[in-house]
Design a protein around this ligand. Structure first.
Ligand SMILES: C[S@@+](CC[C@H](N)C(=O)[O-])C[C@H]1O[C@@H](n2cnc3c(N)ncnc32)[C@H](O)[C@@H]1O
Ligand SMILES: [Zn+2]
Length: 265
């Protein structure tokens, strides 16, 4: 875009004396400002005239015309007034939806094509749509069921942008934990590791009175990996149920059954 002459897009044609005065001359009867000299030779000034590059202020002082497309411009500032809220057709029905143009600017200025964009509060997926359009990989997370519904709809409806959508609701299984152990065999190892103590109440029990428990319950995707197993006594086992280990420990402390002096697990 070219700017009309005038305004802030004019450049001074004079330069400051840094050390000693330079020989001065007049250009069409006008001299440089006090303590300054012409920054260009007479020949260069003639060339500027020829190219229509000079503009004159009321005193007759020449100024150099600068055009926007010749300048690197200024870096983006932290107040963005040129992006407007998502309106009309862009709106998908999520209360806090951000404009696509905003997410595109953020992604473009902070990543390269092929990078991974993570939005852990992705709402209705605006970031993901922008990332896909800009050839980034992406991961979106949100706890709201409305967001999940809208994300699915948006990914499906965003014409031609996304490929096949696979909608899975089962708990993903980890594949980075190595082989599972055989519980009956592993119980002995756990008894040794825990020195015969229940991992809930910390009381000592005979081998037969302790049972193998999944720290992260099987019902919620926990597997027979060594680090997910512990021995609990019957009472602690039923107190834990399908709750978390943290909840069990909190309950035992509250009941005064367990005291921690900075021990493990
Ligand atoms: C401001 S909205 C994001 C809007 C989004 N940029 C868009 O264009 O739709 C913030 C989101 O964070 C989600 N959220 C809040 N706490 C969360 C949490 N602990 N884990 C995941 N998402 C969460 C909310 O459900 C909400 O969708
Ligand atoms: Zn116990």
């Amino acid at each position: 875009m070219k700017r009309p002459e005038g305004g802030e897009w004019e450049a001074d044609l004079t330069d400051e004396w840094k050390t000693s005065p330079r020989p001065g001359w007049e250009y069409r009867g006008i001299g440089p400002y006090r303590n300054r000299y012409w920054a260009y030779s007479k020949e260069k000034m003639r060339q500027f005239v020829h190219e229509g590059r000079l503009h004159y202020v009321s005193t007759g002082m020449p100024r150099y015309k600068r055009y926007l497309d010749e300048m690197p411009g200024v870096s983006l500032q932290d107040l963005w007034m040129d992006i407007f809220p998502a309106l009309g057709k862009e709106r998908v029905g999520y209360p806090t939806q951000k404009p696509l143009a905003l997410m595109e600017r953020i992604i473009q200025s902070s990543s390269n094509p092929g990078d991974i964009v993570l939005d852990p509060f992705c709402g209705c997926a605006t970031t993901l749509v922008a990332a896909e359009a800009l050839s980034r990989k992406w991961i979106g997370i949100d706890l709201s069921s409305l967001a999940a519904k809208l994300v699915k709809r948006r990914l499906r409806d965003q014409h031609g942008l996304f490929g096949q959508i696979i909608d899975r609701t089962d708990v993903p299984a980890r594949t980075d934990l190595g082989d599972e152990v055989v519980l009956a065999e592993y119980k002995g190892t756990l008894y040794g590791e825990q020195e015969g103590n229940c991992n809930g109440c910390r009381h000592h029990f005979q081998y037969r009175n302790l049972a193998v428990d999944h720290i992260h319950p099987r019902a919620k995707g926990g597997r027979n990996h060594a680090h997910n197993l512990q021995l609990l006594c019957t009472s602690c086992n039923s107190a834990k149920g399908v709750g978390t280990q943290e909840a069990l420990v909190a309950k035992l402390k509250e009941q005064g059954v367990r005291y921690d002096y900075g021990g493990s697990r």
